[in-house]
Design a protein around this ligand. Sequence first.
Ligand code: SF4
Length: 169
Amino acid sequence: MRPMKLAITGLTACSGCQLTLLNCEDELPELLARCELVYFPLAESGNKLEVQFDAAIVEGAVSTPKDLELLFRLRNASKVLVAYGTCALFGGVAAMNNMTCSRHDLLQAVFGAAEKLPESFAPAPLANYVSVDAVVTGCPPEKQEIAELLAALAAGTLPPPRSYPVCTE
Ligand code: SF4
């Protein structure tokens, strides 16, 4: 069986989800033997987005035109797209200000009255823009779920849906 071609990357995020993946030192060697890491800019510079992938694992929220362009490219180039972590799934930390102030006010508070503020819009989950095939939640996700995700992808399947406990008062 040919190795699965994998892309792992992040949009607007802290990179904590991708770092947790790199910290799975016990599980990674065996799992990566069945994968070809074609695009993983956090771990290896110089990767190019010029091929088709079996799966793309995407961390972070969509909040800039660059995020959106990368997300569309990954979606078009990948059979399976995974929303990886709370930011990708719900908007997470980046989206916490969405309900308290306008994006313009927020940018002005950070960058001052600059003539040209950076292009940015209200951070949103991946599913607001593209179809998502599998999700792994957590901030960051647990190692066990990461291992299950990689094992399922390497076997040509998707991880089983999980039900997460909901905290109540
Ligand atoms: Fe960072 Fe948490 Fe967002 Fe992952 S889900 S990118 S760890 S803030």
